[in-house]
Ligand binder design. Structure first.
Ligand code: HEC
Ligand code: HEC
Ligand code: HEC
Ligand code: HEC
Length: 434
């Protein structure tokens, strides 16, 4: 490593424009437990198996690269399959070649005993400057890595106010992120050439505001914990802020050039989308298969898709689409030729018809009385049926309250920014109206 510096210096002496050192950083996350994205659109589909393969390709191209994760590995805690997913998320992370992992607010919410396992059981090098008692959580406040002849310091923070899961965050265990970052960055300034802050701090703008408050103490800020799909890098008073988009759909690549004094002279920043055709890592795929086998078991044992009991907000039960055809032949015919009618088959095609996280938008009346439980028990509720748009149909025709008009709001329950980024009501309605 040192030899390389010498070489770079020698080169610099002859060719002035050549930087003294070049540092590559591969950054990922937040994953939020999304081990495999739905593929609802082709924009960027993510998934840890493809991410692992891309990380490996990048590592062979840049063997000296540092690989970091911005935090929030684990899923939010409200899903029925949270526990199983969290375990597999960590097992998979332990396979990936991470040098260090920042702690996110969502991870922190799992509590000290769980977080300590990141290091003790899964071998992850977790860092966070905001934890008051690092040992209790098995984290180090900051880390120093030697690469490309440079000492690179990493400081990690998260904003507790981003947390919107169940229960309260143990606020007593954390330090204000601005104070924490400043303290750690000042300490690292003495020992390292380049200081990088991993700021789990919200939207791109919130991250930029946060970066500005640090008054140039960090050379580069990698922001995560945010929302939306893609954001290019931002500038905060001369500090480059790279932004790692949500749902693990991209791998970020930073190239940092320094001069002889270790001062950063240029930063380039690229987001590599994880697309449908991306190669996948076999080791991770094995874990994914195991996860789905266990998920199917869990869904059966805990009857996660069992006939739902919750009364509908409208007060009528779902009855399914089959019966509607008798009186509404034309709308039925039109609907039968749309993707809505086959939305459940779509899940079967990608092998996830049993996944509670997928069926909710691909069936009719999920979670409500008379709604989907399984293809056998509740026929006519597979796919996005008539009642997905019109509301539950029991008692119709002849009941006192007619169906409410179908508005855009109804579509947006499923056509979310994440699952249907191209959704434009006036265009989409043309394809389904009858
Ligand atoms: C037995 C015949 C029959 C069946 C079955 C039937 N409908 Fe209707 N539907 C009608 C009639 C008649 C009207 C005219 C208004 C009324 O009397 O409620 C109507 C009206 C509607 C309307 C217009 C809005 C309204 O409430 O007036 C919608 C939407 C509708 N039906 C949807 C459905 C759906 C969805 C199903 C299946 C769950 C269904 N219908 C099943 C006979 C039927
Ligand atoms: C219950 C969830 C849900 C609701 C409500 C919903 N959609 Fe969809 N929509 C889906 C799913 C899931 C698909 C993908 C179906 C497939 O191909 O598997 C889809 C696909 C579509 C497509 C592509 C259709 C095709 O034939 O390929 C259009 C257009 C569309 N929706 C329009 C709408 C509009 C407009 C509304 C509101 C009036 C709406 N959707 C309401 C879930 C929903
Ligand atoms: C929040 C609602 C929602 C959830 C949850 C959801 N989907 Fe979708 N899905 C949609 C919508 C809406 C579309 C249509 C997108 C469009 O055409 O704009 C879609 C489309 C798809 C398509 C593409 C269909 C086609 O042929 O074009 C696939 C595949 C798919 N979803 C799989 C999944 C899987 C797997 C999961 C579980 C991880 C899942 N979905 C969870 C709403 C959802
Ligand atoms: C993607 C959403 C969606 C689905 C799925 C859907 N509809 Fe509709 N439907 C609409 C919209 C939008 C309208 C027009 C606005 C309104 O009447 O609320 C409409 C109108 C209707 C009407 C009234 C037509 C008229 O002449 O006034 C009937 C009847 C109807 N739909 C029946 C059905 C039946 C039966 C199915 C299933 C086979 C179905 N719809 C599936 C969105 C949907």
């Amino acid at each position: 490593m040192r030899t390389k510096t010498v070489l770079a210096f020698t080169l610099a002496a002859f060719v002035c424009a050549v930087p003294a050192a070049e540092l590559t950083i591969i950054y990922t996350g937040p994953t939020d437990g999304i081990l495999q994205d739905c593929g609802c659109n082709e924009l960027a589909v993510g998934g840890v198996a493809a991410r692992a393969a891309i990380m490996k390709q990048l590592k062979s191209k840049y063997p000296d690269a540092i690989v970091v994760d911005v935090g929030d590995i684990l899923p939010p805690q409200e899903s029925p399959q949270t526990e199983l997913k969290a375990t597999y998320a960590l097992k998979i992370y332990s396979l990936l070649d991470y040098d260090a992992v920042n702690l996110g607010d969502g991870d922190f919410a799992y509590g000290p005993v769980y977080v300590a396992e990141f290091r003790n059981r899964y071998g992850l090098n977790v860092f966070s400057s905001v934890i008051k008692e690092p040992d209790k959580y098995g984290v180090t406040p900051h880390i120093i890595l030697e690469r490309s002849g440079l000492a690179v310091g990493f400081v990690g923070t998260f904003h507790a106010d981003l947390y919107d899961g169940p229960g309260e965050l143990p606020g007593d265990d954390i330090i204000d992120p601005k104070d924490a970052a400043k303290k750690s960055l000042k300490e690292l300034d003495k020992e390292t050439d380049v200081q990088i802050l991993i700021a789990h701090a919200g939207t791109p703008n919130q991250c930029r505001v946060f970066a500005k408050k640090l008054g140039g103490l960090a050379d580069v800020v990698v922001a995560g914990g945010g929302y939306g799909l893609v954001h290019g890098g931002l500038d905060a008073d001369g500090t480059h802020v790279a932004f790692s988009p949500s749902r693990g759909r991209y791998v970020g690549l930073l190239n940092i050039e320094t001069d002889e004094k270790g001062e950063v002279i240029s930063v380039t920043d690229e987001l590599i989308p994880i697309t449908l055709g991306a190669p996948r890592d076999d080791g991770v795929l094995e874990y994914m298969e195991e996860y789905y086998v266990n998920l199917r078991k869990l869904v059966n044992e805990e009857s996660l898709l069992a006939a739902p009991e919750a009364p509908t907000p409208e007060g009528f039960d779902y009855v399914g689409s089959s019966g509607c055809a008798a009186c509404h032949a034309a709308p039925y015919e039109q609907w039968s030729n749309t993707g809505h009618a086959y939305a459940y088959e779509t899940l079967a095609e990608v092998g996830r018809w049993f996944d509670p996280e997928c069926v909710s938008c691909h069936v009719t009346g999920y979670g409500y009385a008379g709604g989907f439980a399984s293809a056998e028990e509740t026929p006519g509720r597979t796919g996005v049926g008539c009642e997905s748009c019109h509301g539950p149909g029991a008692g119709h025709p002849g009941r006192a309250t007619p169906f409410s008009p179908v508005t855009e709001e109804r579509c947006l329950k499923c056509h979310t920014e994440q699952n249907s980024p191209d959704f434009i009501y006036y265009e989409y309605i043309e394809l389904v109206k009858h």
